[in-house]
Design a protein around this ligand. Structure first.
Ligand code: UT7
Length: 321
């Protein structure tokens, strides 16, 4: 039996930091409101020359160095991003060129929004388990600061920029134990970036993220609770078998509710929200990489990754790291 295992991780965060105090000068909000309602204190913002491609490359090179591989070893590149370099060619094809390799499949996963990383990981995992490829580079990279409306306090305080990457490789020991993906298009309007291709832009605001936050909040808590039950049941595990929750970083209150659901203390949750905000599909690999590099997550521990976002789309991955 062939399994896929995480063999390296990496990340990149832009240098510029925007604090809640900085945002108070842009829209009518307060540091207290943002912290109390979201848990976010600051976020990284890409410089003008930085894009989802430049950040993905930095995170990818770090992950490859960590895995001890060279670009020629890569059998597939998937970049989860809602803010791609271009509509096409994909950010992944741009990255492939920068890495000096050609031939392996490379594509973006644009459509699963904040669940994009888990979706991408699931695809790469299937290819490795089937024996079709041996190594995959799976990245989440986002410049959310370019798609938020900086006059809309209900969204602009939430998001940040960055990239996280993992290298997964074939292994005869269990690594990624299972992935579970779902979507429900009946909630398509709860969170969207409603740019229509081929239609004249009617109003400028179409370029920006739109979100009904409190509706999404309630949906997320419910959906993720069921997702955890499904993931544990599929593997015949109990809540007590989980060592770490590595959640999408959208709101501290959602994450606390999920930790409670798993009976995990918050010390067992990989958290970056306070310093990075919501980086959409980059948030899970960023949190994973940080917890590993900080020496918190250790080899052999059981990790539960979860992501949810626009679509709605959501998913989990259970991983023996
Ligand atoms: O990554 C994809 C997944 N995303 C999510 O899961 C997001 C889920 N939702 C959330 O995290 C929360 O719903 C938010 C943080 C977005 C909002 O928190 P909330 O507790 O649900 O607030 P709300 O939308 O119900 O708004 C409460 C009040 C409103 O004022 P009124 O109508 O009560 O007078 C808002 O206008 O807070 C107001 N408000 C703000 N006040 C100060 C909304 N945004 C702000 C703000 N500063 N930035």
């Amino acid at each position: 039996m062939v399994y896929s295992k995480i063999i390296g991780t990496g990340s990149y965060l832009p240098e510029k930091i925007l604090t809640n105090a900085d945002i108070e000068k842009i829209v009518e909000t307060s540091n207290e409101w943002i912290i109390e309602r979201t848990g976010i204190h600051r976020r990284h913002i890409a410089a003008e020359h930085e894009t989802s491609l430049t950040m993905a490359e930095k995170a990818a090179r770090e992950a490859m160095a960590d895995a001890g591989i060279v670009p020629a070893d890569i059998g597939m590149i998937i970049i989860a991003t809602t803010t791609p370099e271009k509509m096409f060619p994909s950010t992944a094809c741009h990255l492939q060129e920068r890495l000096g390799i050609a031939g392996c499949p490379a594509f973006d996963l644009n459509s699963a929004a904040c669940a994009g990383f888990v979706y991408a990981l699931s695809i790469a995992d299937q290819y490795i388990k089937s024996g079709a490829i041996k190594t995959a580079l799976v990245i989440g990279s986002e410049v959310m600061s370019r798609v938020v409306d900086w006059t809309d306090r209900t969204t602009c305080v939430l998001f940040g920029d960055g990239a996280g990457a993992v290298v997964i490789g074939a292994s005869d020991e269990p690594g990624i134990l299972s992935t579970h993906l779902h979507a429900d298009g009946t909630h398509k309007d709860v969170l969207s970036l409603p740019v229509s291709i081929g239609k004249p832009m009617e109003v400028e605001e179409e370029l920006f993220i739109k979100m009904t936050g409190n509706q999404l909040f309630k949906l997320a808590v419910n959906i993720l609770g069921n997702l955890f039950d499904e993931t544990l049941k599929a593997n015949g595990l109990q809540r007590s078998d989980i060592d770490w929750l590595v959640p999408h970083q959208a709101n501290i209150r959602i994450i606390q509710a999920m930790a409670k659901k798993l009976d995990l203390p918050m010390e067992r949750v990989a958290l970056t929200l306070e310093d990075q905000g919501n980086t959409s599909s980059a948030s899970i690999p960023l949190a994973l990489d940080k917890a590993i590099r900080d020496g918190k997550i250790k080899r052999g521990e059981m990790l539960l990754l979860e992501g949810f976002g626009g679509g709605l789309a959501w998913g989990s991955a259970l991983i023996k790291y």
